[in-house]
Design a protein around this ligand. Structure first.
Ligand code: CTP
Length: 394
């Protein structure tokens, strides 16, 4: 099932370290390649020989153990498809949340740019400690998937939340990430991204700060979930799905109009210029000491038009970027535009939205039900939007 997948496991110093032997067996039985990093403290709970025998690979403890051309933490990062840290102790979680790289495991975490799963394990009081709580929230907001500990009898003799999640659950979560359920197979999804540019003259334009990151994350996600994907974008990207590069709102309108005809879903995440210059100049406008007045005329409202002409089974999703009264404006906008969902974000915040790698969104449906997506990286936000649209939420 996991043939060809490379799983990196990180074990920290917690009593449940011994359970990871079963997890390694599960991965190996499913034909995954497994490499294991341990913190020095983990070796108090499980032996190197056991882990080596089960994983059929050397065990990595220190950064300078192996003499290779590449620093070990980078080599391990490059190779692996996923990093599963289980059990994750409160101490390691604190280091991960704060970017501390004082051993091989924490250094690999810092360098790892693919999916990371952590399964905490600790005493109930520690789990409920506000510092641990905050560290977990920080990691979640950075897109780290946390498999919550279970409630039950703990090794320290007490009962409560803190026991490592069942290894079968850790296995299933890892498998679902490595082999996602391609529930969008057979669907065509059109997504717009970036900010349109309207020429003023040969060298100037009216534009906006949209980076295209949210739309691109959405397109990446739907493509990974099996959809035939079309990204209509103002940004240069190189993808293994269809990309149509456009500049102006009108070019975007024409491309959407064409692609939406046989599509199942349209997601308008682009920031489309509402106006264009009436008489754009082909030459550079020279200053002449006087003020300059540009006459602007309205662009087509792509979202509104597509919502009006869509067939019943087609889904249209809009975005709305607001600097004040987010929810009220978003509710007004979904009614005005006639789309099925609107994803609202607050552009007055500096830590999310427009050029940021993070987003916090509210998804509002036609019946004005609201679902909040807490601040997270744009790829995770994209996945949550898609799950909401297709009724896959929790
Ligand atoms: N949109 C569009 N065509 C336009 C303007 C916007 O399709 N000419 C889409 C955007 O892609 C987005 C949604 O409409 O999905 C809302 O965009 P926004 O700029 O927030 O709304 P506007 O309609 O421009 O309203 P206003 O600027 O008055 O807030």
């Amino acid at each position: 099932m996991l043939a060809g997948k490379k799983i990196l496991i990180g074990i920290t110093g917690a009593i449940a370290a011994y359970k990871i032997c079963t997890l390694i067996r599960l991965f190996k039985k499913n034909h995954a390649e497994v490499k294991v990093i341990v913190t020095p403290n983990a070796l108090n709970f499980v032996t190197k020989t056991t882990l080596e025998t089960l994983s059929q690979n050397p065990i990595y403890v220190n950064q300078f153990d192996i003499d290779e051309y590449k620093p070990e933490h980078i080599a391990l990062t490059d190779e692996a498809d996923i990093f599963v840290i289980a059990p994750a102790s409160a101490n390691t979680i604190a280091k991960l949340a704060n970017g501390i790289c004082d051993n091989l495991l924490t250094s690999v975490f810092c360098a790892f740019n693919k999916k990371i799963l952590i399964a905490p394990c600790m005493n109930t009081n520690m789990w409920e400690n506000p510092a641990v709580n905050q560290n977990i929230s920080i990691l979640k907001s950075r897109g780290i998937q946390v498999i919550e500990p279970e409630t039950g009898f703990l090794a320290c003799g007490s009962e409560g939340k803190g026991r490592l999640a069942d290894v079968n659950i850790i296995f299933e979560e890892t498998k679902n990430i490595l082999i996602p359920d391609k529930f969008l197979q057979g669907k065509k999804i059109v997504i717009t991204a970036g900010g349109t540019k309207e020429d003023i003259d040969a060298v100037r334009y009216i534009g906006n700060y949209s980076s295209g990151k949210m739309g691109t994350a959405l397109a990446d996600s739907v493509s990974e979930l099996g959809a035939s994907t079309v990204l209509i974008t103002t940004v240069d990207v190189n993808k293994n799905y269809k990309v149509i590069k456009v500049k102006t709102a009108e070019e975007m309108y024409n491309a959407v109009n064409q692609e939406f005809l046989d599509a199942d879903t349209l997601i308008m995440s682009a920031a489309v210029s509402d106006y264009k210059v009436k008489n754009k100049q082909t030459q550079k406008i020279k200053k002449n000491g006087n003020s300059l007045t540009l006459e602007l005329v309205e662009n087509p409202d792509i979202l509104k038009e597509m919502s009006a002409q869509k067939k019943d089974e087609q889904i249209v999703v809009g975005f709305c970027a607001e600097s004040e009264n987010l929810i009220e404006n978003a509710k007004e906008k979904i009614i005005k535009k006639g789309c099925d969902f609107i994803c609202a974000n607050d552009i007055s915040r500096k830590d999310t939205g427009f050029s940021s790698d993070y987003n916090e969104l509210f998804i509002i449906d036609k019946n004005l039900n609201i679902e909040k997506i807490e601040k997270t990286d744009k790829k995770t936000a994209a996945l949550k939007i898609i799950e909401r649209i297709y009724g896959k939420s929790n």
